[in-house]
Design a protein around this ligand. Structure first.
Ligand code: SIN
Ligand code: CO
Length: 402
């Protein structure tokens, strides 16, 4: 066993505090950025992260694109024709890196590599509930995904090579018909820049943009979640219906003791419409249903997320000993959110009991508990046994970063 100090997160890059001036936002504070730019207007930031290194090498990115639980897309623009394919891709299925005008997009790199995860964590001056993932794109010379717009905010961080971005705040967002990806029919760029490693472009939703690689390049997109109102409503009603089935009382079913015999069986009975209308008019909810829905929905892992529980888990005693030395951290894939009443761990709502308030918000906000902190808390057996359970599920880690 190594005896070096292992504190799990020492020296990892952190998000700036709300009032801290940071090069990440062009020597502005997150508070200023959020007030002046967020969801409002684009911002080009030269050298947001000076001396940046791509979080993954080209080979590591290609390896990721070959995994079943990773969403990847290949976009080619050979002979002026847009084509889109979905992964996984074995490396020999990708076009040659010598061929021009193709790009590989790999979603959720933060879930698989600590360096990508660390990079995304720099943006945690925006709530976790809004952060989506870190996508990495690799492109050969001339490669891109075509002029388009997105429905969510994005930070486009150049991490390797150069990319020429053109953007415009056009109203006409009509798309080219018959193209397998969202490409604008009439792109009217208003501004243009070449981004070099460390430069970053922030775009609010619906700003038209087109990024074309100048030589081989890699770009990281830090993307945000912006579910449509329709999706929120549908998911909420589903959540409400699911929870209302929790009680031990048998569910009340539709009844129609007054239904007369009919000669037109295909016709919807008026009585049925009225009754269903009355059932729906009785759907009610409270603020706590909204909170429980929002927490569960936003902490739910994406469908392709698979946790890796330890093959030979430590006993609770050994786990405690290890955590006292190395501290512990949330697994990269874990989403832990909380509000005043509850916490939400990977989609599951639980009561935030007073004992848990001592450490759970700290773990959720920092995504780790330092060894020293764990030592002071470790005489609370409710905490250690709960954390041991999470460790056995693969939701937290006691090892230091690789
Ligand atoms: C890219 O990185 O190639 C595309 C990102 C975007 O335009 O949203
Ligand atoms: Co885009």
């Amino acid at each position: 066993m190594p005896t070096r100090p292992l504190d799990a997160t020492a020296g990892r890059p952190k998000a700036p505090l709300p009032d801290e001036v940071t090069p990440l936002l062009g020597n502005r504070t997150p508070a200023q950025f959020m007030r002046r730019y967020w969801q409002k207007k684009p911002l080009l930031i030269r050298q947001a992260i000076p001396d940046i290194q791509a979080p993954l090498s080209r080979d590591e990115l290609f390896e990721l694109a070959d995994l079943d639980d990773v969403e990847s897309r290949l976009i080619t623009h050979f002979r002026k024709t847009w084509a889109l394919e979905h992964g996984p891709f074995a490396t020999d299925e990708l076009p040659s890196v010598k061929k021009r005008e193709w790009t590989l997009l790999v979603q959720g790199a933060n879930l698989h590599h600590d360096r990508a995860h660390d990079l995304m964590n720099r943006f945690r001056f925006i709530p976790d509930a809004r952060l989506d993932d870190l996508m990495i794109s690799y492109a050969t010379d001339g490669g891109g995904v075509g002029p388009h717009f997105d429905s969510y905010d994005v930070f486009l961080l150049q991490v390797h090579g150069k990319r020429r971005w053109r953007i415009g705040a056009q109203r006409d967002l009509s798309l080219k018909p018959g193209v397998p990806l969202k490409v604008l029919q009439h792109f009217e760029p208003e501004e243009e820049w070449v981004l070099e490693p460390g430069d970053m472009l922030y775009l609010p939703p619906h700003i038209a943009h087109d990024g074309i690689a100048e030589g081989e390049c890699m770009t990281c997109s830090i993307g945000f979640r912006a579910p449509s109102k329709q999706e929120i409503t549908g998911q909420f009603l589903y959540h409400l219906a699911e929870r209302s089935g929790d009680s031990d009382v048998p569910a009340a079913h539709y009844r129609d003791p007054k239904q007369p015999a009919v000669s037109r069986p295909a016709e919807l009975p008026q009585l049925l419409l009225e009754r269903v209308g009355a059932i729906l008019a009785n759907v009610t909810w409270h603020e706590k249903d909204v909170a429980s829905f929002v927490g569960s929905y936003l902490s739910e892992p994406k469908a392709n997320v698979v946790f890796d529980p330890p093959a030979r888990p430590l006993t609770e005693q050994k786990f405690i000993e290890r955590a006292k030395k190395s501290g512990l951290r949330l697994d990269r894939k874990t989403m832990l959110l909380y509000d005043k009443r509850s916490y939400f761990l990977n989609g599951e709502p639980e009561l935030l009991e007073p004992k848990l308030r001592k450490w759970l918000p700290e773990l959720a906000n920092n995504r780790h508990l330092e060894a020293k902190r764990f030592v002071t808390l470790a005489d609370d057996s409710t905490m250690t046994s709960l954390l041991h359970e999470w460790y056995r599920a693969g939701w937290i880690q006691v090892d230091a970063y690789a």
